[in-house]
Design a protein around this ligand. Structure first.
Ligand code: HEM
Length: 429
């Protein structure tokens, strides 16, 4: 691959670039952007070069470019032992388009109306149980809440032993510290065997048992959960989805939607409780049944603390991006973090100021916490709805103040997710 066509970037040894990026993902990106500008190349050991972009024009070129040239599935491949080969995350081209068509009814219009009530009911029940009058870490409680939304809403599970077992198994999987190591270290067969044994545990069996029971019950018509929708869905050739296809999509949703939403919620609370004026505005708005300000709070939280910092596309053929003709094989990385921190788009970018999104709508290439184009997060509207429901319920049913006035630092966890360093500590009253 001719190096001279690539944009400039650090000349540091590849292992140092890798160490800098993994130890300080945002700090390293800031340093590179300050030194090399809107587009730069990073090089890591045993990897094709990464070309990082953040200008909205370049982001637009990536998100609206031909999907057959910009492959997204390759960078998700390490998740295959968990999500399975039929997962939306791992499909490309026609198969990806077809699978999105089958999943979409659950994530828009009437499909979402079903979830809205479930989310509010779960938020009310969970928050009522949270302790009052003493310091509590809200991040783990948000994780429990969003997991409940997934299990009861998306899978449609009702009270019983299977719900309890699956809840326990998923909690274990999501908190397994060695999880990332299991996914990346060793030859593929060993990785797969270890992941199945230590990470997946009983999850596969429990999800398949639920699919089996619900297929037999044949009562899907009146139900709005994703499992019921997938049991009724038909491929273009009229065939129903197999149990394996349904399992893969359900596990994908559990993985993609739980931690991301919980962490965004934790950051929203961490930011809001340091701004009593915004809290008051949120409570007043909930009282009159509006949600424009809550929406702006959600957008601003996800701008300032994007839980996924970048999205990657691998070029299958040469392509012109950001003024460079990039060769096939490079990974084009749209840096969500850098786009959201651009002062030309967001004056005073470090400042938490939800009003920004009352004054201007969130643009598809300037506000990109959910990625974009044909791969844009399938659960984006679902996640925003859930965040509004939880924040509205929390602030209108209790007072919430910080356990410590100092802002919480960013700590990096699991698959490089930035979480509040003190677990979003607060005192509820
Ligand atoms: C705050 C919460 C969330 C954030 C920040 C988030 C972010 C993202 C991002 C950045 C992508 C990659 C998009 C791209 O490559 O352009 C993605 C993909 C995806 N997300 Fe989310 N997500 C969230 C919640 C959810 C939820 C709740 C669900 C499901 C219930 C979900 C399901 C998915 C799926 C299935 C994909 C793959 C889409 C595809 O490849 O076609 N996400 N998400």
């Amino acid at each position: 691959m001719p190096r001279d066509v690539l944009p400039p970037g650090p000349r540091l040894p590849t292992f140092i670039q890798f160490a800098a990026w993994t130890s300080r993902p945002w700090g390293f990106m800031d340093w590179c952007a300050a030194r090399y500008g809107d587009v730069f190349t990073l090089r890591f050991p045993r990897q094709r070069p990464w070309v990082v972009v953040s200008h909205p024009d370049a982001v637009k070129e990536v998100f609206s470019g031909p999907p057959e040239l910009l492959c997204a599935a390759e960078s998700n491949r390490i998740l295959e032992p968990v999500v399975g080969a039929n997962s939306l995350l791992l499909l490309e081209g026609d198969a990806h388009r077809e699978q999105r068509r089958l999943l979409m009814p659950s994530f828009r219009g009437n499909g979402l109306k079903f979830y809205a009530d479930t989310m509010t009911a779960i938020a009310q029940a969970e928050i009522a149980r949270w302790p009052r009058g003493r310091q509590v870490r809200l991040h783990p409680r948000m994780q429990a809440l969003t997991l409940e939304v997934m299990l009861r809403g998306v899978l449609g599970l009702s009270e019983g032993a299977r719900l309890d077992q699956l809840r326990a198994e998923l909690k274990r999987m999501l908190t397994t510290r060695a999880g990332l190591l299991l996914l990346v270290i060793g030859p593929p067969r060993m990785r797969e065997a270890l992941t199945r044994k230590f990470l997946m545990g009983q999850i596969d069996r429990l999800v398949r048992a639920e699919i089996d029971d619900r297929r037999k019950a044949d009562d899907w018509a009146g139900r709005g959960d994703l499992l019921s929708i997938l049991l009724q869905a038909r491929h273009a050739d009229g065939q129903p989805l197999s149990d394996t296809e349904i399992r893969d999509e359900l596990v994908t949703m559990l993985l993609a939607g739980e931690e991301t939403t919980a962490t965004s919620l934790a950051w929203a609370v961490e930011r809001l409780i340091r701004h009593p004026e915004y809290q008051a505005r949120l409570i007043e708005e909930a009282r009159v049944g509006d949600h424009r300000f809550a929406d702006a709070v959600v957008k601003e939280t996800m701008r300032l603390r994007p839980v996924i910092s970048m999205v990657t596309r691998q070029l299958t053929a040469p392509m012109q991006i950001a003024g460079f003709r990039l060769p096939a094989g490079v990974s084009v990385v749209s840096s969500i973090y850098l786009t959201h921190r651009r002062p030309d788009l967001y004056p005073d970018p470090e400042c938490f100021r939800p009003e920004r999104f009352l004054d201007q709508p969130a643009g598809p290439y300037t506000w990109i916490p959910f990625g974009g184009g044909v791969r844009r997060c399938l659960g984006a509207t679902f996640a925003e709805l859930e965040m509004r429901a939880v924040l509205g319920t929390l602030f209108s049913t209790c007072t919430v103040r910080p356990a410590d006035e100092r802002p919480e630092p960013v700590r990096w966890r699991g698959l490089m997710i930035p979480v509040p360093g003190r677990g979003a500590s607060a005192v509820l009253g």
